[in-house]
Design a protein around this ligand. Structure first.
Ligand SMILES: [Cu+2]
Length: 130
């Protein structure tokens, strides 16, 4: 009887360990999907940072905040067109699918320096893809 109880306790422990490993795997998977977070500030008349390095095939989550007035965040080549209401963080997920340098710019008129409000993505080939 005692042995049987020990075996059943042992089973419970193994079951628990499997559960913990499985839930960690699911969590890791979720994190992978969420992508690398990049925080960008938009303000008259610049983006901070204005040069952003990415890897092709990497999941990215942009968190962009227009600090002062409404701005836009657009990158034609990567198909990004966002309006950024003042004081509201905008979250955008994407996966760059090509290598190169791609300009992003403010696409909502925000004042006299609007035309100069730009930066660039530098998308590199990932080691994983080589
Ligand atoms: Cu603007």
């Amino acid at each position: 009887m005692r042995k049987l109880k020990e075996v059943s306790n042992c089973c419970k422990i193994i079951y628990l360990i499997i559960l913990i490993i499985a839930s960690n795997l699911i969590l890791c998977d979720e994190m992978e999907k969420k992508g690398r977070e990049i925080y960008i500030i938009a303000q008259k008349y610049r983006f901070i940072p204005d040069v952003i390095e990415l890897y092709r095939g990497e999941n990215i989550q942009l968190n962009i905040l227009a600090e002062d007035v409404e701005h836009g965040f657009c990158c034609k080549e990567l198909g990004i067109y966002l309006e950024l209401p003042a004081g509201e963080e905008v979250i955008y997920e994407f996966t760059p699918d090509k290598v190169g340098e791609f300009e992003f710019y403010c696409c909502v008129y925000c004042g006299i320096g609007h035309k100069n409000m730009k930066g660039k993505f530098i998308v590199k080939e990932s080691d994983k893809n080589k």
